[in-house]
Write a protein that binds this ligand. Sequence first.
Ligand code: BGC
Length: 748
Amino acid sequence: METYKNPAAPIADRVEDLLGRMTLEEKVGQTNQLVGVEHFRNNLASLSADDLFRNTAQAIYPGHKPEELEEWTRQGIVGSFLHVITLDEANRLQRLAMESRLAIPLLFGIDAIHGNANCPDNTVYPTNIGLACTFNTELARHIARQTAAEMRAMNMHWTFNPNMEVARDARWGRCGETYGEDPYLVERMGVETVLGLQGNLDGENDVLACVKHLIGGSQPDNGTNGSPADISERTLRTTFFPPFKAGVDAGAATVMPSHNELNGTPCHSNRWLMTDVLRHEWGFNGFVVSDWMDIEHVHDLHGTAETVEDAYCQSIMAGMDMHMHGPGWVDAVCRLVKEGYIDEQRIDDSVRRILTYKFRLGLFEHPFADPEKTMQVRLCPEHRRTSLEAARQSIVLLKNEGGLLPLDAKRYRKILVTGINAQDENIMGDWSASQRPENVVTILEGISHCVADSDAEVVYVSQGWDPRNMDPKRVKRAAEVACTADLNIVVAGEYMMRYRWNDRTCGEDTDRSDIGLVGLQEELIRQVAQSGKPTVLVLVNGRPLGVEWAADNLPAIIEAWEPGMYGGQAVAEILFGKVNPSGKLSMTIPRSVGQLHSYYNHKPSQYFHPYVCKPSSPLYPFGYGLSYATFAYSNLSATGEIHADGKGQVDVAVDIANTGDLDGVEIAQLYIRDEYSSLTRPVKELKDFKRVALKAGESKRVHFTLTPDKLAMLDADYHTVVEPGSFVVMVGSSSQDEDLLKIKINVK
Ligand code: BGC
């Protein structure tokens, strides 16, 4: 038996044996990823040439037929597919790969961003921005594990997740797929996700993770996806790099560069990023995959390569291993090698990396998934329960004046429910396909269920799904019903579903120059509130929304983000007090677009001269979120010492008491501030957090361990140092000063 076919042989030997048998074309074929055949077929009729250039979700290959993809697979010149969304197609293509000369299995990649939600009949969890509001790293790992199992049950092996970008601009439509604005929180959630997805990368329920996008796309110049990022090396190294480095340290198998140029060099041809930093500094030994047509864009958009071939050459020599996606790659790269522009050993390096993971995942032994067993895993009761629990924990209560919430169903005769997101599967958010209605609980359904045992009547006034095209007559109708109701619930926000790519208001490639509510939504809220009846606003959205009027005028606001398929149940349980909310904001909510960028961990001089006419403070700060319980912090202490030579530790402890009448969970946050430093540092930096469950009346002493690395900074030469002097340690319920107790420690 050939060594590469022998499961008992060491993987390194199998890789070398196989590599030695491959032609140049087969090798380049392994670095070649294409969109699925059905994807191609389904888009044939709808994509124009301009769509094709700009669209980053759908593709066809002009001049080719879908069947050719099958032929190339048989020839062994396709290494991977993306956007294959059924098990049937995955197994079918895999069978063709098994017919190829060396029978190298395909690797199927998919954007399983919050569950394998891009595929029908999979569990859809909250998106990352909401998941991060749980500050629950174990939950992140748990969801990743379940997602990996559902993926493997569909013969998918690789997810383009986690997005570990630090989101700093609410105009950017992709905030929802990130873990928010704080590097430490992003790092902690992202690392657990990598670990959960990958396991040891040797089991039948393990998949490859992809830490993306390297880097700067989350602080685009004008808020639009893929626009230039001009970010100093200092900011890269202190804010944007750490989560990526941590993802690599956690063993992430793949990394994807970002669409944008960084300080003048496209990330896809950036040797400094892909080789010097990623491989040499961080020791990354997985493979780099390009993003959607971004190597081509080095030529046709950024203009730093005169031809597409030149772009391919630049990208490969800068560190690229796999091409997503397009038919010209194999021929062009083979030519570049034959003409001496690229050394074949450089291609061998990439192929080695890719094959190593195909062996580790066991694909040579088990190339197929079993259609008989697939639905035993996908959408199984345990996964559904986790999705619901994650939604419950991710929702943030922003305002609750006069204790309006939780609602007592018995007190109301007639409840008006209205708004674009009241009765729509849009609660699942970006990166989700349509799912069967019986697997989705809308907010209206959740509310109706919660009041079913009372005499309250729920009256629903539809506003359609489309915020851009709301009907004033429906707004008026809702205002009329509000006058006869005794409680109003308006479910507003943005529209994210991918199947309406050109009509949505939030998500990938869906950026805005404003962060208020789109269309007649604020008008709807104002008119309904004019009834004088208590009005609750529920927001469903994938980026912060500056709902200043509502914050000033309504008694209660709930931020539900994109809570997943059971989001409607979770929202209703919180409205009616079956669940006590505990989420805390993973991203600052600014008042308006004019406040951008407005992250909490800004430098000391940022508001030295505050804005005039309007406040400088955000609408709701990072880390903020209310509960139906009240929590009191006291007796902050710090014992121990930290030395500038990197030794020692400090135990920080605080008493937290639940002073309310309901059991609850508090997310206690620890921030530091370096009072004087050789280079400027943020006014606050999150360094630890704990979820603390407290029964009504209960009190606990909660401990954090401060270690030198948590006080460290980068000096002028980018060396990690702990500078002597005083640090303020702050512990409390949000990042705003009034919510924090403070104590000083001195580094000797
Ligand atoms: C996105 C990536 C994604 C890829 C494949 C791109 O447009 O930027 O994040 O993984 O498409 O869907």
